[in-house]
Design a protein around this ligand. Structure first.
Ligand code: GLV
Length: 372
């Protein structure tokens, strides 16, 4: 539905990945490659999908991933997603490159909020955003570590896709055949990088390609020292997102982060990077319990959440899944996607013979040898 409703440039920005999109495909293929070993006759009459992460409860083990430029899918953007997440009892992660501000998002949600940070070259700007997130009662910072430079998303490169979309002959045509989207895009306030408006770093007033923006504004020399720096300026939990090897997971544990998100940025950064799910079991074995593990990338069904958790993750994380819902039907679309995830997970657990999330373990999985 999102593909029908959104202009193809917008849909491809959301749907696409880097280069040959091998890692994009690998994320979902990894879920397909893991089978279940269901148990029967276990007398499970009740299924409880509730769980905890970072010491607090969540309705079921799913985190809404940060996604840049969410208003491109629907004018309510991050507000719609944050409201839907709060209704569903799930944490929502606002992106640094969000199109609604830290404060606006808090004003519509009493739920759990996390804030994703990129390292602007200007660290004072980062510090300022961190202080704003603390004042607005965000509980965790999610440092994205996989974006030294932007991956080459060739669907966007081919189109010269910019944020916000620039008006030209091609976008006018694309817009004309998607009148619903175009009408709301033109009728609503302009899309901006809401967290940095007026800070002199470009806020989306002038259309810019994401690659130009990130490659000029972000510091490619991010290092473990920056994780220590974050610790020194933030009292809450720290989640390191973009870990893609066992070695780095161990370093992250040494650095004292509270959780790691195994993630290749939805296949949007380094093509050829491993599927997140394939790392869960080896990383869980190496870490032995802490920090907590989040599995991000390719999560499309509740049964995928069951696989990630059974392999050793505390929770799964999904971005595209809710963006498709948002693009298809706005806020109701996000509600629907989250309902599906929850119902799917409960059904999968019932059919697996498992009554609680804590009982999801590796004995229930048939994991390919390469990913053990
Ligand atoms: C932004 O982080 C993106 O992946 O487009």
């Amino acid at each position: 539905m999102a593909k029908r409703r959104l202009p193809s440039g917008v849909f491809d920005y959301i749907d696409g990945g880097a280069e040959d999109e091998r890692t994009l495909a690998a994320n979902q293929a990894a879920f397909a490659a893991v089978g279940f070993r269901p148990r029967v006759l276990r007398g499970i009459a009740k299924i409880d999908v509730e769980s905890t992460i970072l010491g607090q409860s969540l309705a079921f083990p799913l985190i809404l991933a940060p996604t840049g430029f969410t208003r491109i899918a629907d004018p309510e953007g991050e507000l719609a997603v944050a409201r839907a997440a709060a209704r569903a009892g799930l944490p929502y992660t606002l992106s640094t490159l969000g199109t609604r501000s830290i404060e606006e998002v808090r004003s519509v949600s009493d739920g759990r909020l996390w804030f994703q940070v990129y390292a602007w070259r200007d660290r004072r700007l980062v510090q300022e955003m961190i202080d704003r997130a603390a004042a607005a009662r965000y509980e965790a910072l999610v440092l994205t570590a996989d974006t030294a430079v932007l991956g080459r998303r060739e669907r966007d490169v081919r189109r010269g896709f910019s944020l916000p979309p620039a008006i030209g002959p091609r976008t006018i045509l694309d817009g004309a055949v998607h009148p619903g989207w175009t009408w709301s895009f033109l009728r609503n306030e302009p899309i901006r990088f809401a967290n940095v408006v007026g800070r002199g770093v470009g806020d989306g007033t002038t259309p810019v390609t994401l690659a130009d923006y990130i490659n000029t504004q972000f510091d490619p020399a991010l290092s473990w020292d920056d994780v220590s720096w974050l610790r020194s300026v933030w009292n809450g939990a720290i989640v390191l997102k973009g870990v893609q090897t066992v070695d780095d997971a161990v370093l992250a544990a040494d650095a004292g982060v509270d959780a790691i998100a195994l993630s290749n940025h939805g296949g949007r950064q380094l093509d050829g990077a491993p599927a997140a799910l394939s790392l869960v079991a080896p990383v869980a074995d190496a870490l032995g319990g802490a920090p907590e593990i989040i599995c991000d990338g390719g999560v499309r069904r509740g049964s995928d959440i069951a696989k990630a958790v059974a392999a050793g993750a505390t929770a799964a994380m999904a971005g595209r899944a809710y963006l498709y819902g948002l693009g298809a039907a706005g806020e109701r679309g996000v509600d629907r996607v989250l309902d599906w995830f929850r119902a799917d997970l409960a059904r999968a657990m019932s059919l697996l013979g498992v009554g609680t999330v804590a009982d999801l373990d590796r004995s229930l999985l048939d994991i390919p040898d390469a990913n053990r």
